[in-house]
Design a protein around this ligand. Sequence first.
Ligand code: CA
Ligand code: CA
Ligand code: CA
Ligand code: CA
Length: 415
Amino acid sequence: MTLALTPVVPGAAVSAFAASTFTVPAGPLRPGQDVTFTATVPCAAPVVCSWATADGGALADGAVFTHRFAAVGTTNVTLTVDPDPGVAGDETSETEPVAVVANRPPTGTIRVVPSVPVAGQAVQLTVDAADADGDAVTYAWDVNEDGVIDSGRPTASFTQPFAGVRTVRVTLSDGYGGSTLVAQIVRVTAFPFAAFGAQPAAPVAGELVTFTSTSQDPDGPLTEELWDLDGDAVYGDAAGPVAQRAFPVPGVFTVSLRARDADGVASFAFRDIPVRASPAPAPVAAAVTAAPPSTPTQARLTRIRPFPVLTIAGSFNRRGARFSRFTVAAPKAARAEITCSGRGCRFARRTFAPGRIRALEGRRLRPGARITVRVTRPGFIGKYTSIVVRRGQPPRRTDRCIRPTSRKPSACPAA
Ligand SMILES: [Ca+2]
Ligand SMILES: [Ca+2]
Ligand SMILES: [Ca+2]
Ligand SMILES: [Ca+2]
């Protein structure tokens, strides 16, 4: 609009009125938005500034005028300046077209980390939101399908203790009535279950042992079974559900299996293999057993016969180890004193008859937990075993002997 503008305050700079008498906020302007117009000329008494809009006759006086346009389109806004209400015909008016455009609702996508979480794992959700109008976006998350808002931030999280599918949702709002519901399906996978058996379970040196996996994944196929047959924590000595190896010398050896599911989630199983001396020296040992010691004094101690065998098997991960089997095989007259220290222990010190030690089974022991087993029989050399739970590795085990008068382990005498 080109108008003949007249200075309303004597002495005021003419240039102040040259362009317009009021400012229109920069767009985009949306329906329902409060739009504030400000006069750029003085509106103090006796001057009267009057505002009008063409969309419904809104009228107001003052230097500042706020209006909410209901519909999309162009609407004229007029400011009339009356320098002196007592004088007729001295008013000036300016009319400007104001464009109101449709509001665009926010958009967004949800990021899930990790993309396929495991049961019990914390899941982080982030929505990358944008608004084409540059509006500030607000967030309302419902991560557990109960209709109750769980977070009002761009991020949210949840932990699901079981496998399954859930839908997470976030409502994005721009404050101008624009709102978008963004949903994302999150699949939580189950840990695979790793386990295997050994046949024979207590081989003699040189005998071939067959290991057979009984691993499975509750919610999909297994994609990999790799063996560590030599205890060096490197998997791949054999692959597949069956592996074989012979142990050339007597001792206790740890075999581990890593089973991986289709989501790349791995579980680990381990089993200690007690390997006996090969049959050749066995008759000698039998002869010693049959013949009573010629000097029945403390000078010549013999081992408990048959010598106790401690067999453990179970699973492990970064959070520790869980025994599925903890067995002390020993003559009935022997006793096993077991200590357990560290997180996850059910007892500190207890004495057990030989057999399965269920008090040590089925519960996760944390890294650093330590178990000692002293299998004794009065007058005989007994067996000492120490087991230390490690992070991400099978428990480390040390086997020694223990003399009747001492609690300290020592090297085993020749059999
Ligand atoms: Ca918007
Ligand atoms: Ca909720
Ligand atoms: Ca799985
Ligand atoms: Ca290996």
